[in-house]
Design a protein around this ligand. Structure first.
Ligand SMILES: N[C@@H](CCC(=O)N[C@@H](CS)C(=O)NCC(=O)O)C(=O)O
Length: 292
């Protein structure tokens, strides 16, 4: 194994230089706002502040699924938070999420606005609020929540671990890439074995567990994240994950949700802000196809 590091950690770590690599300019070892900036508030009770990364897409898919099911009160304004520009450190955003990460939701339908942060908490909040996409049967509900929380614990190994060291770090460290490739392939095998016997994550019902897991692991097997990671990890070998990924990708609310707060990729696949269903304008079909 190659090892180019001659680094010995000092007794006390100091933040005296940028770490290098993608996103290094926004990383800081301290929390709290860097500047004053109020968040905009639109006309709907639900105000989403987000970006179409896998964590952001979970919530826009859920909102579009709720609307498709006929929940008119799920109408929402989605505002773009540009994390590359440091929008997540504005005072208003930090008020909505003290952890300074998208997605963050404000529900103005409650006596005083309710803030919800962490994508899993937002999915659960919306599922309970609208009584949807969370199985009613206690056994299935528990299974759904187990997989929802599995995602919260697992995806950082995929994103912060594998994705960072494989695609973003300024140096390729074999040890780190090996360690996280091993774990991500193990996770894909966990999903594959489960999906061999279950249509969806919680069994026969599509649920918030699928909405949480699909934007990460579905994107990975579909070759949509971290350069050529799908080839590197031989992701096409996970046949049941592949079947589930393709099936969910065909859902119209999923196609719509993927476009919201998207500020990268094909121009037709982007809808920077969403305030009304008509924002998916007359070229919707073209846009939905470009979002695939
Ligand atoms: N556990 C959080 C993770 C959220 C997260 O990592 N968001 C990233 C984008 S995918 C972010 O906002 N990063 C900005 C930053 O770290 O400053 C969740 O599930 O909501």
């Amino acid at each position: 194994m190659s090892d180019s590091s001659d680094y010995t950690p000092p007794k006390v770590w100091k933040w005296d230089k940028e770490s290098g690599g993608k996103f290094a300019n926004i990383n800081r070892p301290i929390a709290g706002p860097t500047h004053d900036k109020e968040l905009p508030v639109g006309e709907h009770p639900l105000q989403l502040y987000s970006l179409a990364t896998p964590n952001g897409v979970k919530v826009t898919v859920m909102l579009e699924e709720l609307l498709a099911l006929g929940h008119k009160d799920a109408e929402y304004d989605a505002w773009l938070i540009n994390i590359g520009e440091g929008d997540q450190f504005g005072s208003g955003f930090v008020g909505a999420n003290p952890n300074s990460k998208i997605p963050a939701l404000m529900d103005h339908s409650t006596p005083s606005p309710t803030r919800v942060f962490e994508s899993g908490a937002i999915l659960l909040y919306l599922a309970e609020k609208f009584d949807a996409f969370l199985p009613a049967d206690p056994v299935k509900r528990t299974e759904c929540l187990s997989w929802l929380f599995w995602q919260m614990g697992s995806a950082p190994y995929l994103g912060g671990g594998f994705g960072h060291f494989y695609a973003y770090a300024p140096v390729k460290i074999e040890y780190a890439i090996d360690r996280f490739s091993m774990e991500v392939k193990r996770q894909l095998d966990v999903l594959d074995r489960h999906l061999a016997d279950n249509h969806y994550m919680a069994g026969d019902e599509y649920s918030i567990a699928d909405m949480a897991i699909w934007p990460w692991y579905g994107a990975l097997v579909a070759g949509k994240i971290y350069d050529d990671a799908a080839t590197f990890l031989e992701a096409d070998g996970y046949k049941h994950v592949d079947r589930w990924t393709k099936e969910i990708a065909e859902r119209t609310p999923v196609k719509r949700g993927r476009m919201v707060n998207r500020s990268f990729g094909e121009p037709e696949s982007q809808l920077h802000e969403r305030h009304d269903a008509s924002d998916f304008d007359t070229r919707t079909q073209d846009k939905l196809e470009a979002a695939e």
